[in-house]
Design a binder for this molecule. Structure first.
Ligand code: ADP
Ligand code: MG
Ligand code: MG
Length: 896
């Protein structure tokens, strides 16, 4: 015989927290609470397996379910000394849904089930309180009518509003027994009219109606949609809980309330909650009356805390708070009812919390010995740290919203509006805070993005240029705010009747995507001691190193502040856009021959050498990986004729020749064009000069007795022969420089793995590489055949339809790109055991992608400076997950 029904309460607890799959979260925790001696009204749980069997079997219940329910109900009757349907002393029950995870869309709870015209009189007599009995009855018809019989709940409320109008009552509690009796009559008439049938009077019919409604709600549209959005399989099913009623609406010594064992917004170890006297169920959250606080210490002068109103019940609740935290070892979200000064527990679960609260509670609980440090590290969601590292808008201050775009890069920023990168730079140089507003951004805008406090675009998605670069720089960014119209000519932005001129102030909230007029005060993130403590514990757990992607000295300093253990990617091209050198860069590009290119490169060499010297100094003694030039050359070219004329003059050629050269450089598919190592296969002098700059800088730094560890990285390698040639070039150049300087500095030469061909031939490539660094941005583009810049138009729809589980540019596509990575790691290490392996794409700061890198045996991940703490925590959690999985596996040594 299959057991379909599990009892709880009154000394018979057949379930426990661990049985949440079978009993749902609510049922499992009711049994758990009862078994540790907390006052839980007795009841029983009909398992999730009944739900599954019901849908597998043409919506029919298992044969023996009725008998099992009757037995369990009889036990509850004995336990409380009442009989279901009894005229003199009726047992009333609640019917509550409960899936494994709490799920909006499921049936709402029905309270006071078992009442009819006979039992209501019994209840009134037994309680000596007709008002209470008739209030309970009308509540029951109202809940059952709307939830089970589908009568619009507004219609019920209209009846109450009408009677309040007639009697002049303001609050429900001042209505008399007769008023409620009158309401009940009207309710029954309403149900009969709407459903064509009288309201069911038979308690058993009521019970099965409610049970059926819970199971039915598992397949309603709301629940199906919620499951789809949250990856909850339909096969999980929901459980049904049937529980003896206790009454919070039986007078002034009764109440109902909700509370958290700690403050869910700050994490402070204080009791936090609300209650209502003489109320039932969800009255507290329904806003019918104003709930009151629990403790004296937080009560305002006009409030009556539970501590004062019902000291005995408050004392019981305090004890329960302690018991629950000790038992569950986490902050609990509790629902309770007080009947005649006695406390009853109706629900507990791990409470939801803010990022700050989660951090504080984890550290304090570990310090108090409630949990161990590993558990504290597990408790904090790495992504949530983002919220803690950036300034926030003060939630208390009113503001004028202008528009909403995508929350592309977190943090808040206030500044004057500018519409060009150059103006951003020149105003910022004078100390002005600016917001760079563009329709979209391109690599030419980098200097302006750097100078700006925040960036706003009206086009592009979460992975647009603006979004990616802003996240990398730690600049707040709102992207794709489509309601805003930008007029570069008029130097204005306009939206919903507002027009903002250049120089006027706006505020961005990059965490929500909102744009506000004027300046909104901000709260600086207070990186509490708890943050440092948790990070230290995380560092104690993790195996992988965490580096930062940093192009400038400022990035490098931020990276160190957040605990980066080196630079995993320094993109040299960002240095090229500096106004002082862009013209030399352009001369190099436009030069007709090698000679001309070498002349221009000679101008660039000192700039680059100085850049690298500063980076090495800041990062010493940590490793710095420098990627040689990667983007297609035409990205550096100007569009304006005046700028072209300048180059023509510098090169001593005419405009016509320049235009011809421009046409030669144009590409149909720049992403797949003349870029990466291909640039150096055709123009070796570019990489030669960059290598010279790197090693010369290292020599200078080394002379000051500073440790320096340059790692030279060659991008976009697809064939081993490319790397063989370029490695040879780099090593020859580097060794020559070292020889000239009579210095010995260890350096390494590796490659980015960002093409599928590189992955499948990784063994051959490894022969010429000291390290691999997966460039997962390009590897995702080339594996999926998907251009990041063009994907925004349709990728959202792909994710919505579930074609891809998430944006593959944000979270690594493990099934596709991940399979290639796995193969490349295997082949690479097969050819060269101990080959150092890292990642430097955007994914290096995404927690689940970091977890994947750990399982693949990566040595390090590298991400934007602001994500370094996220990666540190995610890398630690990956280790803890692995330890758990090993402990759970029956035979850890099984070969794969
Ligand atoms: P939800 O899942 O929406 O929180 P619940 O099943 O927890 O719904 O029920 C909501 C509220 O109904 C509870 O917080 C409690 O106040 C009340 N309630 C449920 N069962 C009972 C009961 N047996 N006795 C008294 N009140 C109950
Ligand atoms: Mg609810
Ligand atoms: Mg609840």
């Amino acid at each position: 015989m299959i057991k379909w029904v599990y009892s709880f309460g009154a000394d018979q607890n057949e379930g426990s927290t661990g049985m949440r799959n079978l009993l749902g979260g609510k049922g499992a925790n009711l049994a758990e609470m009862a078994s540790i001696g907390l006052p839980v009204p007795p009841g029983f749980t009909i398992t999730t397996e009944v739900c599954t069997a019901f849908y597998d079997n043409q919506q029919r219940y298992p044969d023996d379910l009725t008998a099992q329910v009757n037995d369990a109900l009889a036990r509850v009757e004995r336990a409380v000394g009442l009989r279901f349907g009894d005229r003199a002393n009726p047992l009333l029950v609640s019917v509550r849904s409960g899936a494994r995870v709490s799920m909006p869309g499921m049936m709402d709870t029905v309270l006071n089930l078992g009442l009819n015209d006979d039992t209501v009189e019994g209840l009134a007599a037994a309680a000596g309180d007709p008002r209470f009995a008739w209030d309970s009855y009308r509540r029951f018809i109202q809940m059952y009518g709307s939830v089970v019989l589908d009568v619009d709940h507004h219609l019920f409320e209209e009846v109450i509003d009408q009677i309040k109008l007639e009697t002049g009552a303001i609050e429900d509690t001042s209505l008399s027994a007769d008023d409620w009796r009158h309401v009940v009559a009207e309710y029954k008439a309403l149900v009969a009219e709407k459903t064509g049938k009288p309201f069911p009077a038979d308690p058993h019919e009521q019970l099965w109606g409610a049970i059926g409604a819970v199971f039915g709600s598992w397949e309603n549209q709301r629940a199906i949609t919620y499951r789809r959005l949250h990856d909850i399989p339909a096969a999980w099913g929901t459980a049904v809980n049937v529980q003896a009623m206790v009454f919070g609406n039986m007078g002034e010594n009764c109440a109902t309330g909700v509370c958290f064992t700690r403050d869910p917004s700050t994490g402070e170890n204080m009791f936090y909650g609300e209650y209502l006297v003489n109320a039932q169920g969800e009255d507290v959250v329904a806003g019918i009356r104003t709930p009151q606080p629990l403790s004296k210490s937080v009560a305002k002068p006009d409030e009556i805390p539970l501590e004062t109103a019902m000291p005995a019940a408050y004392a019981q609740l305090l004890a329960v708070r302690e018991t629950l935290e000790q038992h569950y070892k986490d902050m609990q979200d509790i629902e309770f009812t007080v009947q005649s000064n006695k406390l009853y527990m109706l629900q507990t679960r791990n409470g939801k919390r803010t990022a700050a609260a989660s951090l504080r509670m984890a550290v304090e609980m570990a310090n108090d010995g409630l949990i161990d440090r590993a558990e504290a590290v597990r408790r904090v969601n790495p992504s949530s740290l983002d919220q803690l590292l950036h300034p926030m808008l003060d939630p208390a201050v009113p503001r004028t919203a202008l528009a909403r775009g995508l929350p592309a890069s977190p943090g808040a920023a206030t500044g004057t509006v500018v519409f060009s990168a150059d103006e951003a730079e020149s105003r910022a140089a004078k100390g002005e805070a600016v917001i760079l507003v563009r329709i979209e951004t391109s690599p030419e805008d980098i200097h302006g993005m750097h100078a700006a406090r925040g960036i706003l675009t009206t086009r592009g998605g979460m992975t647009s240029h603006a979004a990616v670069v802003a996240r990398g720089m730690g600049r707040p960014c709102v992207a794709g705010a489509g309601e805003i119209r930008v007029d570069y000519m008029a130097q204005t932005l306009s939206t919903g009747g507002h027009t903002i001129q250049v120089g006027e102030v706006i505020t961005l909230d990059g965490a929500t995507g909102e744009v506000f007029a004027g300046s909104v005060p901000m709260i600086e993130p207070a990186l509490s001691g708890d943050f440092g403590t948790l990070m230290e514990w995380a560092d104690g757990c993790r195996r992988m190193g965490v580096r930062a992607n940093a192009d400038t000295p400022m990035d490098a300093e931020t990276a160190r502040k957040f605990g980066a253990e080196g630079i995993g990617l320094c993109r040299t091209e960002h240095m090229f856009f500096d106004p002082e050198r862009i013209s030399a860069v352009r001369q190099m590009i436009m030069a007709p021959d090698e000679r001309g290119r070498r002349d221009a490169l000679a101008l660039l060499l000192p700039f680059q050498r100085e850049d690298f010297r500063r980076l090495f100094t800041i990062m010493a003694p940590l490793p710095v990986t420098i990627r040689l030039l990667d983007p297609p050359l035409h990205e550096f070219l100007p569009h304006a004729d005046s700028e072209l004329a300048e180059i023509a003059q510098a090169l001593g050629t005419d405009m016509e020749t320049l235009h011809r050269r421009m046409a030669e450089l144009a590409e149909a598919n720049p992403m797949l064009g003349h870029r990466g190592c291909r640039l150096a296969i055709t123009f070796p002098e570019i990489y030669e000069t960059q290598t010279r700059a790197i090693i010369e800088a290292a020599v200078i730094v080394r002379r000051d007795n500073i440790d320096v560890r340059p790692e030279i990285m060659i991008p976009l390698v697809g064939a081993a022969a490319e790397l063989a040639r370029l490695r040879d070039l780099v090593v020859r150049t580097a060794d020559a420089v070292l020889k000239e300087a009579a210095a010995t500095i260890p350096y390494t030469v590796g490659t980015m793995i960002e093409l599928p061909r590189a992955c499948v031939t990784a063994d051959k490539i490894a022969a010429h590489a000291d390290f691999f660094s997966f460039g997962t941005n390009d590897l995702t583009q080339t594996t999926l055949g998907l251009s990041r810049d063009d994907a925004a138009k349709f990728l959202g729809e792909y994710v919505r339809l579930g074609i891809y589980p998430s944006d593959p540019f944000v979270t690594l596509d493990q099934e596709g790109v991940g399979a290639l990575i796995q193969q490349a790691v295997r082949l690479g290490r097969q050819a060269k055991p101990g080959l150092k392996i890292g990642i430097c794409g955007e994914h290096g700061g995404d927690p689940s992608s970091v977890g994947f890198c750990h399982t693949q045996g990566f040595d390090y991940v590298s991400c934007s400076p602001f994500r370094v703490p996220i990666a540190r925590l995610a890398a630690a959690q990956a280790v803890l997950r692995e330890i758990r999985a090993k402990a759970a596996a029956p035979q850890p040594e099984v070969a794969r």
